[in-house]
Ligand binder design. Structure first.
Ligand SMILES: *[C@@H]1O[C@H](CO)[C@@H](O)[C@H](O)[C@H]1NC(C)=O
Ligand SMILES: *[C@@H]1O[C@H](CO)[C@@H](O)[C@H](O)[C@H]1NC(C)=O
Ligand SMILES: *[C@@H]1O[C@H](CO)[C@@H](O)[C@H](O)[C@H]1NC(C)=O
Ligand SMILES: *[C@@H]1O[C@H](CO)[C@@H](O)[C@H](O)[C@H]1NC(C)=O
Ligand SMILES: *[C@@H]1O[C@H](CO)[C@@H](O)[C@H](O)[C@H]1NC(C)=O
Ligand SMILES: *[C@@H]1O[C@H](CO)[C@@H](O)[C@H](O)[C@H]1NC(C)=O
Ligand SMILES: *[C@@H]1O[C@H](CO)[C@@H](O)[C@H](O)[C@H]1NC(C)=O
Ligand SMILES: *[C@@H]1O[C@H](CO)[C@@H](O)[C@H](O)[C@H]1NC(C)=O
Length: 450
C-alpha cells in the first residue's frame, strides 16, 4: 500500500514537473486533433447510462435534463462527422430514435408534460445534423433523419402566437408550465435555425418563409438589436415591453448559423451577407482579449444547462465557416485559440483528462456533461476543412428520407394548436391536465413504494 501511494505521488510530481498537459493537441495534425477528441468524447460518454440494462435510451442521469441529452447526441453526430470514429454511432442512433416519440416529432409521452419548444428544438436540430452530415440512416421502418427534423418543424410552427407581441413563439408549449408567458430568443432561434437549414437542404421556400418571419419578429420586438445583440427573452404579460437583458453564446450562435444557412440558400445574397457579418461581429463579444471563448455567466455562476452553451456556439460557428466562406478565417482563428486553451483544462477527474468550465485558466473544478461537450465541439470544429461540406437534396448529395407531413397528425400537435381557445381546446387541456396530475401522482406513489 505504502509503496503504491509513493509511486502515485512520484508520478504526480513528475507530471507536474513536465508541465505536460493531460491531452496534447497539435492543431497542424489531423491525427492529433482526432486523438484529443477521442479522449474527450470517451469522458463525455462515460456520463451516459441510457444504454445500461433497464435504463431508458436517450436519457442522461440527474441532474441533466432531457434536452441536454438531445444536444449531446448532436455533438456525437458531429464527433463521427469530423473524426470518422463510429464507436458511438449505435448508441447515438438508438437514442435519437427512442426519444422521437410515437409521432416522430420529439414529443415523447414521457417528456411532453414538461417539454419546452427549445427542448424539442435541440433534438430536432440533432436529427437535422444527421441528415446534413450523412450520418448512417436509421433502419428501414423507422423515420429518416430529415423526416424527424420536419416533424419538429411541423409541430412547432402551429404554435406561432399572435395573441400578444405581434407574434413569436413562446418558451413553453403548455399553459400550465411556468414560462408559458415568456417569449424567448432560444425558442424562436430553434425555429429560425431549423427552418433555414430545412430550406437549404430541401430547397422548399416555405421553410425559408418561416425563417424570415421569425427573424422579422425578433427584430420587431427588440430581442435582437440593430447591432445584432440578442437578449434572453420577454414576457407577453406586458406585450413584450421589458426584456431579460442576459446574453448567451448559444443565442448568438443559433442565429448566426441560421443566417449562414439563409445566406447559402439565397446563393450569397447581399442582404444575408450583411446580416451574417453583423451577427458574427456580435458573436466576437464572447471571446476575451486573448481570443478565448467565454460564457458571460462564468463571471458569476453558471447552472447545469448554461455550462453546455459554448458547445453549441462552437458547433454553429464551425458550420457557419462552411456555409458562409467569407466568415471562415475570422471564425477559425478564434476556434484555434479557443481549442488550445480549452484542452489545457482537461486535467481532472478519475482519468485525469476531464475538462473544466472556464478556459482562460487551469482546471476550475467544474466537471460534467456540459463542460466535456463544450471542449469536444471546440476541438473537433478544427477539422471543418478536412470533411466534406454539408449535403443536401438540392445538390443531389443528401439522401435522407423526408416526410413533409411528419408530425402533422400527431395527437400532441392537434392539442397544442394556438389561436383562439375553443371549447374543444379547453376540453383537451382539461384531459391533459388530468393526465399530468395522474402522472405526478403515479410518480409520488412510486417514490413512496421505494
Ligand atoms: C454504453 O455506451 C458507453 C459509451 O459508448 C459504453 O462505454 C458502455 O460500455 C455501453 N454500455 C453497455 C451496457 O452497452
Ligand atoms: C418512459 O419512462 C418509464 C419510466 O422511467 C420507462 O420505463 C419507459 O421505458 C419510458 N418509455 C419510453 C418510450 O422511453
Ligand atoms: C403589442 O406590441 C406590438 C409590437 O411588438 C404592437 O404592434 C401592438 O400594437 C401591441 N399591442 C398592444 C395591445 O399594445
Ligand atoms: C414545402 O413545405 C411545406 C411545409 O411543410 C409543405 O406543406 C409543402 O408540401 C412542401 N412542398 C413541397 C414541394 O414539398
Ligand atoms: C440559387 O441558385 C440556383 C441555381 O442557379 C437556383 O436554382 C435557385 O433558385 C437559387 N436560389 C434562390 C433562393 O434564389
Ligand atoms: C460590431 O459590433 C460593435 C459592438 O456591438 C459595434 O459597435 C460595431 O458597430 C459593429 N460593427 C459592424 C460592422 O457591425
Ligand atoms: C478569466 O475569465 C474570467 C471570466 O470567465 C475572469 O473573471 C478572469 O479574470 C479571467 N482570468 C484571467 C487570468 O484572465
Ligand atoms: C454554400 O456552402 C457550400 C458548402 O456547403 C460552399 O461551398 C458554397 O461556397 C456556399 N455558397 C456560398 C454562396 O457561399
Amino acid at each position: 500500500m505504502r509503496v503504491r501511494a509513493q509511486l502515485v505521488w512520484s508520478l504526480c510530481v513528475l507530471a507536474g514537473q513536465g508541465a505536460e498537459a493531460a491531452i496534447t493537441l497539435d492543431l497542424t495534425s489531423k491525427d492529433s486533433i482526432k486523438a484529443a477528441a477521442s479522449t474527450i468524447a470517451f469522458d463525455l460518454m462515460s456520463y451516459y447510462t441510457g444504454n445500461n440494462t433497464g435504463d431508458v435510451p436517450g436519457n442522461l442521469p440527474d441532474p441533466y435534463f432531457w434536452w441536454e441529452a438531445g444536444a449531446m447526441f448532436g455533438t456525437m453526430i458531429n464527433y463521427w462527422y469530423y473524426t470518422g470514429d463510429s464507436t458511438y454511432n449505435a448508441v447515438t442512433t438508438q437514442a435519437l430514435l427512442h426519444q422521437a416519440g410515437d409521432d416522430g416529432d420529439y414529443m415523447p409521452l414521457n417528456q411532453t408534460k414538461t417539454e419546452g419548444n427549445d427542448d424539442q428544438g435541440f433534438w430536432g436540430m440533432a436529427a437535422m445534423t444527421a441528415a446534413e452530415t450523412k450520418f448512417p440512416d436509421p433502419p428501414a421502418g423507422k423515420p429518416g433523419w430529415l423526416a424527424l427534423a420536419q416533424g419538429v418543424f411541423n409541430t412547432q410552427t402551429p404554435r406561432w402566437d399572435e395573441t400578444t407581441c405581434n407574434g413569436g413563439f413562446r418558451w413553453q408549449i403548455f399553459t400550465f408550465n411556468n414560462g408559458f408567458n415568456y417569449k424567448n430568443s432560444i425558442s424562436n432561434g430553434c425555429v429560425f435555425n431549423l427552418a433555414a437549414r430545412l430550406a437549404l437542404y430541401t430547397g422548399n421556400a416555405t421553410y425559408a418563409d418561416w425563417a424570415l418571419k421569425t427573424w422579422d419578429w425578433m427584430n420587431g420586438v427588440g430581442l435582437m438589436s440593430p447591432q445584432y445583440k440578442i437578449v434572453d427573452g420577454t414576457h407577453n404579460t406586458d406585450n413584450c415591453t421589458q426584456k431579460d437583458p442576459n446574453t448567451w453564446t448559444y443565442n448568438a450562435g443559433i442565429f448566426l448559423l441560421g443566417g449562414a444557412a439563409m445566406y447559402n440558400y439565397t446563393n450569397g445574397s447581399a442582404l444575408w451577407q450583411e446580416r451574417v457579418t453583423g451577427l458574427l461581429n456580435a458573436s466576437l463579444l464572447f471571446f476575451d482579449d486573448a481570443g478565448i471563448m467565454f460564457e458571460p455567466c462564468e463571471f458569476g455562476k453558471c447552472n447545469i444547462d448554461q455550462r453546455s452553451f459554448k458547445a453549441y456556439f462552437a458547433r454553429w460557428l464551425a458550420a457557419t465557416a462552411g456555409l458562409a466562406p467569407f466568415t471562415h478565417d475570422v471564425i477559425m482563428a478564434k476556434l484555434r485559440t479557443t481549442a488550445k486553451a480549452a484542452v489545457g483544462t482537461c486535467t481532472a477527474g478519475k482519468r485525469g483528462t476531464e475538462c473544466g468550465l472556464r478556459w482562460n485558466m487551469t482546471n476550475d473544478g467544474s466537471l460534467g456533461v456540459g463542460e466535456q461537450m463544450a471542449v469536444l465541439e471546440a476541438v473537433q470544429s478544427n477539422l471543418v476543412d478536412e470533411v466534406p461540406g454539408w449535403v443536401s437534396a438540392v445538390k443531389g448529395t443528401g439522401t435522407s428520407r423526408g416526410d413533409v407531413n411528419a408530425g402533422t397528425g400527431s395527437t400532441a400537435s392537434s392539442r397544442l394548436t394556438t389561436g383562439p381557445v375553443t371549447t374543444a381546446d379547453r376540453a383537451g387541456a382539461g384531459i391533459l391536465t388530468a393526465l399530468v396530475l395522474l402522472g405526478v401522482l403515479g410518480g409520488s406513489i412510486t417514490m413512496i413504494l421505494e
